[in-house]
Design a protein around this ligand. Structure first.
Ligand code: SF4
Length: 332
């Protein structure tokens, strides 16, 4: 059994750690035929500090969603470990895990039960976790509604009677009412009007400071990354190919894929998948990944070695890059 943490060593411990995490799927198999292996997440290592906001960016199919589902305990890894507060989440039961890490999804309407009132929706997690008496729950609902900027009269309304921004506030209130430490925000503003997006981002910023929350932000929106993320991880075909401080990665990424991605990501419509990255070829077939560096068929800077040998991971202070080209530049 893990010993309880005192306040000092808990503060020093990362809020979330991902060690050697992989998730594969067998595709197209049958009774007598073995399927092909799709490596959705491939040996990822990551550590997120308490109170930090980590942005994750990559094209569809890069593994962002699979990674976040594993962090939420909704999918088991094929290999590797995810730790929250130093504890392997495989050893934490589902309800306890839900009190530590909560998701905020892109479309608040589809994640809210249309037949329940706002008060009932926010109350449900408290009931599921057996938190407080009925009176305590009433107070907790009022408190969290106030904190997310929802008028108390909306307790008796239904999701269909609310605006998109109000519905996202309900989703945030429902996630926070059980006082989690970590929020996984999956494109939390992309379904909202531009005028409302800034309000929700400001709210998330205020709540992070108020509750010392740790954020994992999955987004296609460069503006959201710039505003919300302390560090940015760029994913490609299940790997993190560059990771570093947001101001460094967003201003001058080193990895050729991060350069192409971030220069093209300024799409006015975040519902669109990432536009053509001006790369030589489209996204490769993940069932037949390229040899060597998986980005080599699309990389303008590829060399012979890139076609045959997987690139090394190089770390320099708080910057990580996976590319044959950059180790010397990172270690002058
Ligand atoms: Fe391009 Fe080679 Fe670097 Fe891969 S390892 S990103 S192919 S230069």
């Amino acid at each position: 059994m893990t010993a309880p943490l005192n306040h000092d060593n808990r503060a020093l411990q990362p809020a979330l750690e991902v060690c050697g995490l992989s998730r594969s799927f067998s595709v197209g198999g049958g009774l007598l035929r073995q399927g092909k292996i799709l490596r959705a997440v491939d040996d990822i290592n990551l550590s997120v500090r308490r109170g930090e906001s980590l942005g994750i960016v990559g094209e569809s199919g890069s593994g962002k969603t699979t990674l976040s589902r594993m962090m939420l305990g909704l999918m088991k890894p094929t290999n590797g470990v995810i730790k929250i507060d130093g504890r392997n989440i495989a050893n934490i039961d589902r309800l306890e895990l839900a009190r530590k890490i909560q998701p905020i999804f892109q479309d608040p309407y589809s994640s809210l039960n249309p037949r329940k009132t706002i008060g009932q929706i926010i109350r449900l997690p408290l009931e599921a976790h057996g938190i407080g008496t009925s009176k305590d729950r009433d107070e907790a609902i009022e408190q969290i509604m106030e904190q997310v900027g929802l008028p108390l009269r909306l307790q008796h309304s239904y999701p269909s009677q609310l605006s998109g921004g109000q519905r996202q506030r309900v989703a945030i209130a429902r996630a926070l009412v059980v006082k989690p430490e970590i929020l996984i925000c999956d494109e939390p503003t992309s379904a909202l009007d531009v005028s409302v997006q800034a309000q929700i981002l400001n709210l998330l910023t205020d709540l992070r400071a108020a509750f010392n929350l740790t954020y994992i932000f999955i987004t296609h929106d460069l503006g959201v990354l710039d505003y919300m993320a302390d560090r940015v991880a760029v994913m490609y075909m299940g790997r993190i190919v560059e990771l570093g401080p947001a101001r460094k990665i967003l201003a001058a990424p080193d990895h050729p894929y991060a350069q192409a991605l971030l220069s093209s990501i300024l799409t006015p419509d975040p519902h669109l998948d990432l536009p053509d990255l001006s790369l030589a070829q489209g996204f490769p077939d993940p069932l037949n990944p390229p040899t060597g560096c998986s980005f080599h068929p699309r990389c303008a800077k590829a060399r012979d070695i890139c076609c045959t040998k997987p690139p090394p991971v190089t770390r320099a202070q708080d910057h990580l890059i996976e590319c044959h080209l950059h180790p010397l530049e990172l270690h002058p």
